[in-house]
Design a protein around this ligand. Structure first.
Ligand SMILES: [Zn+2]
Ligand SMILES: [Zn+2]
Length: 285
């Protein structure tokens, strides 16, 4: 059996893409994670990073293969790469977009709008893949979806992110688990249900948008914006007993050098911390 379980970060920045000198080391694209597990391809979020993920997959997908794209929420930094995702233009594959139900049928319509004028010249007829939309139930209880080859994706809603909340996602195969908690804010730590959802993961990818000094700034505080500080991320990793933490969804105004300062702070709380870096592939053993 194919024992592969890998994660590749294709976009790690928050809010909007920031290409340029100051973001060259960790990358300027917005949220997108590619998982290749036991022959199953799963993507979390469709920020501009999904464009690179699509190029990597182009030519590698088998005829009839399904690519599952799970969206944590519909903020533009998590969906804006979708119209440029190469597998959508491959007639041999199926792309299943799992969209948050928080807006009801509106979610699917909102996503479809990305492909039609005036936002795009393509129109839905231009999509050659079989495209399915599957709703993700907005619930604070854990829901689990079984994909092929023993891969499971679970989700739970967290309401700290304005306005319709966000889904925390967990992907598992056998004993190996990765949790993706982006666009979350938890000044007092996660509640026990979310804590249990994360507990014991091999890898936790956690929102780390702000330094404490910016979050608590006297002149321009970021509390209530729906994002975490580096300390919140590190403390959540510590409390939930995960093996490794990857800081993620960095403020677009922060340079690479500032992220490295952030990492030093995280390691003082949780030593097994790292910065998510665009293009980095991690094999989970
Ligand atoms: Zn975001
Ligand atoms: Zn957001």
């Amino acid at each position: 059996m194919n024992n592969e379980f890998s994660l590749t970060f294709h976009g790690v920045r928050g809010s909007y893409p920031v290409p340029g000198e100051a973001t060259r080391r960790y990358g300027g694209n917005t949220s997108s994670l590619l998982f290749e597990i036991a022959g199953q391809v799963v993507i979390f979020d469709a920020g501009t990073g999904i464009i690179q993920a699509g190029r990597w997959l182009d030519g590698r997908l088998r005829s009839g293969q399904a690519v599952h794209v799970f969206l944590t929420h519909l903020h533009s930094d998590h969906i804006m790469g979708l119209p440029f995702f190469a597998p959508l233009f491959n007639p041999e594959v199926t792309v299943v977009v799992h969209c948050p139900e928080s807006g009801g049928a509106e979610s699917q319509r909102a996503l479809e709008a990305l492909f039609i004028p005036p936002y795009s010249p393509i129109t839905l007829r231009g999509i050659k893949a079989r495209l399915d939309f599957q709703p993700l139930a907005a619930s604070k209880e854990v829901s689990t979806l079984e994909l092929e080859n023993g891969v499971e994706v679970a989700h739970i809603m967290h309401d700290s992110h304005p306005r319709q909340g966000v889904f925390i996602l967990r992907i598992a195969c056998g004993r190996r688990r990765v949790v993706y908690a982006t666009d979350v804010e938890s000044p007092g730590g996660f509640d026990p249900v979310v804590g249990g959802f994360i507990a014991g993961a091999d890898l936790l990818v956690h929102d780390s948008q702000y330094f404490e000094r910016d979050y608590f700034s006297a002149t321009d505080p970021r509390a209530g914006f729906g994002h975490s500080t580096v300390a919140m991320a590190a403390n959540n990793a510590l409390r939930s007993g995960v093996k490794r933490l990857f800081l993620f969804h960095f403020d677009p105004r922060y340079s690479d050098a500032m992220l490295e300062e952030m990492l030093t702070q995280a390691r003082q709380i949780f030593p097994a911390s790292a910065l998510a870096r665009e293009g980095e592939r991690i094999d989970i053993k």
